[in-house]
Design a protein around this ligand. Structure first.
Ligand SMILES: *Cc1c(COP(=O)(O)O)cnc(C)c1O
Length: 225
């Protein structure tokens, strides 16, 4: 059942890539397993899925522990991260996609070093809509947060992430995705920031058209939460 849903999502990515004249293998599907049991992650892994996103530190740690036997699993922290919880994620995650302040970058860099990590991948989250309820740094803070990440030897600056306001019409997310693309171009381009993490279950096609290299898909893979 999860295998079927995964196949559908992968096909959507293939079709969107074709429409954008891009290669589907340049778009990583991150299956967002938050609130879903570890057994569902195991099922997705059996269907070939390797990248998984989690929002809550405790849940991420518990699942990482329960699924330690799975080969090649990559965990991505995609939820808001508090500094006092960084030490729990630094040893286990492949990437943190929600770094949005200098202090968080410094804490993560330190904890990654203590955990003996090198090349822990970091995406800086940007609040492109300016909604006060959203996490992410403001576009005019982005330069300094990027520098703070780049200054940490244990971290690898990988790119940018955003989450636009939810709208029923997925096309309305498009300007926000395009804004992230412009911010990437303004801050060193693809060479410095290869990854753009944007697009979810309902709007991934628009994100792929705008240049996403990672889409974070929960509901379409694991069902309603
Ligand atoms: C939950 C979540 C997703 C996945 O959302 P769906 O609509 O279920 O695909 C993606 N990104 C973030 C940051 C999330 O919190």
């Amino acid at each position: 059942m999860i295998a079927d849903r995964l196949a559908l999502v992968r096909q959507r990515i293939i079709d969107a890539a074709a429409a954008a004249a891009r290669r589907p293998e340049d778009i990583c599907l991150v299956a967002v397993s938050k609130t879903k049991p570890a057994e569902m992650v195991r099922e997705a892994h059996a269907a070939g899925q390797r990248d998984f996103g989690e929002n809550y530190v405790q849940e991420l740690s518990a699942k990482a522990e329960a699924l330690r036997d799975l080969e090649g699993l990559r965990w991505h922290m995609i939820g808001h991260l508090q500094r006092n919880k960084v030490r729990w994620v630094a040893p286990v995650v492949h990437s943190v996609q929600t770094v949005d302040s200098i202090r968080l970058a410094e804490e993560l860099g330190q904890r990654a070093q203590v955990a003996g990590r090198s090349g822990l991948r970091v995406l800086v989250e940007v609040n492109v809509s300016g909604e006060p309820s959203k996490s992410g740094c403001a576009p005019d803070e982005l330069g300094s947060v990027l520098e703070a990440v780049a200054a940490e030897p244990a971290l690898e600056l990988a790119g940018l992430m955003t989450m636009p306001p939810y709208t029923d019409d997925p096309a309305e997310a498009r300007p926000f995705f395009e804004q992230l693309l412009r911010l990437r171009d303004a801050h060193g381009g693809r060479a410095r920031l290869p990854e753009l993490s944007m697009g979810m279950s309902h709007d991934l096609e628009h994100a792929v058209l705008a240049g996403a290299t990672m889409v974070r898909v929960g509901t379409a893979v694991f069902g309603e939460r």
